[in-house]
Design a protein around this ligand. Structure first.
Ligand code: 9MR
Length: 449
């Protein structure tokens, strides 16, 4: 017998470790301990503290020193956006995004991916598209970029800023919105299929308190959870002036209560009350067990997009500001950490004859295109390879992931790739594909191979 378990990152100071039994949940309680950097202080409760990073600043030694010392998470400020990663349709450029990613990973930091779909910073070619052509291009973009970064991104902002400001609580008009209200869930399904281990977030601004916009998003997340649309986290950007709203913590908590993580994703605060406000925001996150991290939107005041407002934690010359000390103290004061869980799975190394399997499909169809996610589930014994057959009545497959395929229309055979051949008894793996036209009639069947 061999035991396999998913890796789990434990907080450095552990006071209580519950006994672990097969199939049990490991609950780790963290005790706060005075740490001297933001990242280390946040890590005491299992959280991260990150910053937005601009690739062109990675040659600036003051910048890089602070980055490497203080932060344990990194978000690319612009380099993973649509205009940067797909400047021409179907031609991808990951040079700057990879530079940030590699710097982060080589220095032991997590990476937040930002942002797969957004109405801003679209390449010119996408701005000129509409309808099913745009939908197809957008879903392909999600699939390609999430596949490129597969396994390396902690959390993706899958969709950014899709809700309207003001009192409507509804969606913002945009070329993406005009492809149909289901564009957000189509994006989340495609992202999940392309990178099953990344946490998938919806990210927005002016959502810091309980207001019409944040309530619109809250209702969408509740609906997604109810219908099984894959969503793991909500990003509250938190571009603030002087104060967080008084119901900031309550707003974080109501999202957490839906069963998603909450992340503060783009924090910056202008005004004379800046230091206190930074402290208050940090304490609010620490008080919400599922508030798993805080990212500030730049390192020094001179790095900020809010020119002249000095809304960050370090001065232009790299000195720590009073706001820095408030944040550090709040992180060190602790709070309920995110509950750390691990799932322990038993497999056997004994030779097992190939078992039966079943395949089910989840189809996301819109006018002119579709994304299909196929779940392959092993029967009473493990699979050592599998083959799924689908039949498309009319559509054409234009892209696929996590499986080899025999063709693009009619009856298609799909076989495992190297990393998903082995499926333990009773467990599942997924592959997916997108296409133009109708995805109806797929009727997947599965056989061990
Ligand atoms: O900080 C980013 C700035 O360098 C870009 O010019 C700008 C383009 O729209 O985007 C800024 O970052 C935004 C982020 O991607 C999404 N939320 C709002 C941020 C500030 O505008």
């Amino acid at each position: 017998m061999k035991l396999t378990s998913r890796s789990v990152s434990l907080v450095p100071v552990v006071s209580t470790v519950a006994a672990v039994a097969l199939g049990a949940t490991l609950v780790v309680t963290a005790t706060a301990n005075a740490a001297t950097t933001l990242g280390a202080a946040a890590a005491q409760s299992g959280r991260n503290f990150g910053t937005a990073v601009a690739a062109q600043k990675l040659g600036d030694s003051t910048y890089v020193n602070i980055l490497n010392t203080e932060f344990n998470s990194v978000t690319a400020e612009n380099e993973m956006k649509w205009d940067a990663t797909e400047p021409n349709r179907g031609q991808f450029n990951y040079t700057s995004g990879d530079r940030i990613l590699n710097h982060a990973l080589n220095n032991g930091k997590q990476v937040r991916g930002h942002a797969l779909l957004w109405h801003q910073q679209q390449p010119r070619w996408a701005q000129g598209l509409s309808g099913s052509d745009l939908r197809q291009a957008a879903i392909n973009h999600v699939t390609q970029v999430a596949t490129h970064y597969r396994g390396k991104i902690h959390s993706w902002d899958v969709v950014n800023e899709a809700f309207a400001d003001g009192g409507s609580g509804g969606r913002r008009d945009s070329n993406l919105q005009r492809t149909g209200n289901d564009w957000i869930e189509a994006a989340f399904r495609a992202a999940r299929a392309a990178d099953p281990n990344a946490k998938l977030c919806y990210n927005d601004y002016n959502t810091d308190g309980i207001n019409a916009k944040s309530t619109g998003i809250y209702n969408m997340v509740r609906d997604f959870k109810a219908r099984g649309v894959p969503i793991d986290c909500v990003g509250i950007q938190s571009h603030l002036s002087n104060n967080a709203p008084s119901d900031y913590q309550a707003n974080l908590q109501r999202f957490a209560d839906l069963g998603v993580d909450v992340q503060i994703t783009e924090l910056d605060i202008s005004g004379s009350n800046q230091a206190n406000a930074f402290g208050a925001v940090t304490r609010a996150c620490m008080a919400v067990a599922r508030c798993t991290g805080i990212t500030v939107w730049g390192i020094r005041d001179t790095d900020s997009w809010r020119t002249g407002e000095n809304p960050l934690l370090f001065t232009g010359s790299g000195a720590k500001k009073p706001a820095y000390n408030q944040v550090l103290d709040a992180l060190n004061a602790g709070g309920p950490g995110p509950t750390t869980t691990t799932t322990t799975t038993t497999t056997t190394t004994d030779p097992v004859p190939p078992g039966d399997c079943t395949a089910t499909v989840s189809l996301n169809q819109w006018n002119g295109g579709f994304v299909a996610t196929v779940k392959v589930t092993a029967g009473s014994s493990a699979l050592r390879g599998w083959r799924v057959t689908t039949t498309l009545s009319g559509g054409t497959v234009t892209g696929s992931w996590s499986a080899n395929r025999s063709g693009t229309s009619g009856t298609i055979n799909w076989t495992n790739v190297d990393y998903n051949a082995d499926v333990p008894a009773g467990q599942s793996t997924e592959f997916g594909f997108q296409g133009s036209g109708s995805g109806s009639g797929l009727n997947p069947t599965c056989a061990a191979s």
